[in-house]
Design a protein around this ligand. Structure first.
Ligand SMILES: Cc1ncc(COP(=O)(O)O)c(C=O)c1O
Length: 401
């Protein structure tokens, strides 16, 4: 059989679910990121110098000696109690809530949480309110369950409140998906005032609020702000992860919720999906957190990323034409640039690759929008000198427009 007939034969067997899932832009981005010739601002990769390799090696030995066969055995779906207790304590102290291990579910990265939440809440055509633009991996995960998306503009202060109220008039809304701190892709953060107002609006509705928070720990300017929902909204879910503060390869994320009924259902769905998250990784993270000053470690990462963000902003001020505007994040990993009206960042992408520099064109961060004039730039995975050179090349291209 030829390759073509092979693929059309398999096409007839594929589910509507997979056919309607957009192909992974992330995967092609990561492919670009591994070409050593290219300066890549495309991926969302943490800087590998931030991985605490020595400490993790010590923890690896220690967990095998301390816990023996437990680190290699099947375990409970919700995650190992030691890690869940530690997280419950950390979140209770930090946010003035009263959590126990029953309020924590360990997931295989927060990406899995996005999938499980959709699986548990969505029937075909149910509504999700998302930021416009939103995290492409979330849009991809949600798409598998055939939702109707209601995008709400993200402004420099947070969600557009009028649009939020308007979106909530639709009857079938199941959840709001928000990234209030150093949003992916824009780097924007909701103000305290906006969080309060969003919270007040949502109180009037029986829907779930998902606050995805992979970057909150990486604040290099200003004060930490409260969650919109935790401790206030009965159907609040907060997603956390160790991907940006320890290592992403371990795939340890977690769900925090005061709603145990909701957590129970997510846990059933997780059991059906993978039984439980990698036990070795869970013990490893637990031991690492228990035996090291993780806040000092996070401080080092913040200092590193602050310098890298500043290097990118300085280079943008020097090399980008005035017609390009961009965000100035207080933390996280991304800057969002807006090109002149009518310029397609997607069309610019191959030209940038010719100059050996990469970014993510804005398209995959929107629901059904093509050839938008926005792009995402990641500053965490290159040193300041490389960042300057990459932005210089991009600036050259933008000036040619
Ligand atoms: C907003 C957001 N949510 C979730 C994820 C997935 O993170 P994890 O590695 O924990 O699966 C990412 C990764 O970049 C992200 O930016």
């Amino acid at each position: 059989m030829t390759e073509q007939t092979n693929s059309s034969a398999i096409d007839q067997l594929l589910s509507e679910r997979i056919k309607s899932t957009p192909p992974s832009f992330v995967r092609s981005i990561l492919k670009v990121a591994v070409d050593p010739e290219i300066i890549s601002f495309a991926g969302g990769l943490p800087n590998p110098v931030s991985f605490p390799q020595e400490e993790l090696l010590t923890s690896m030995e220690r967990i095998v000696k301390t816990y023996g066969d437990k680190v290699f055995q099947y375990s409970v779906t919700a995650g190992i109690p030691e890690l869940r207790r530690l997280l419950a304590q950390r979140y209770s102290q930090r946010y003035g809530v009263n959590l126990t291990e029953e309020n924590i579910l360990i997931t295989t990265g927060s990406q899995q949480a996005l999938d499980l939440i959709s699986k548990v809440l969505l029937n075909d055509n149910d509504g999700i309110i998302v930021e416009k633009p939103s995290y492409l991996g979330a849009l991809q995960a949600f798409s598998q369950y055939h939702p109707t998306f209601y995008p709400v503009n993200l402004t420099k202060d947070g969600l557009d409140l009028n649009q939020l109220e308007e979106a909530l008039t639709h009857e079938n809304i199941k959840f709001v998906y928000a990234i209030p701190d150093f949003q992916n892709p824009t780097g924007l953060t909701y103000s305290a005032e906006n969080r309060k107002k969003v919270g007040e609006i949502l109180q009037k509705h029986n829907i779930v609020l998902v606050e995805d928070d992979p970057y909150g720990d990486l604040r290099f300017r200003g004060e930490r702000l409260p969650y919109i929902g935790l401790g206030k909204h009965p159907n609040s879910i907060v997603l956390g992860t160790f991907s940006k503060t320890v290592t992403p390869g371990m795939r340890i994320g977690f769900i925090v919720s005061e709603n145990k009924e909701l957590l129970k259902n997510i846990s059933i769905s997780k059991e059906a999906s993978d039984l439980h998250t990698n036990v070795f990784s869970q013990y490893l993270i637990y031991d690492y957190l228990s035996n090291n000053d993780v806040d000092a470690h996070i401080n080092d990462i913040k200092n590193l990323y602050e310098d890298q963000a500043q290097a990118m902003l300085n280079a943008m001020a020097e090399y980008f034409p005035d017609t390009v505007s961009y965000t100035k994040p207080d933390g996280g990993m991304f800057i969002w640039a807006t090109l002149p009206e009518g310029v397609s960042a997607l069309e610019l992408f191959p030209k940038a690759l010719e100059k050996k520099v990469a970014f993510v064109p804005g398209d995959p961060f929107y629901v059904n929008q093509k050839n938008v004039n926005t792009m995402r730039l990641n500053y965490t995975n290159a040193d300041s000198t490389t960042i300057k050179e990459g932005i210089r090349r991009l600036g050259e291209l933008l000036k040619e427009l």
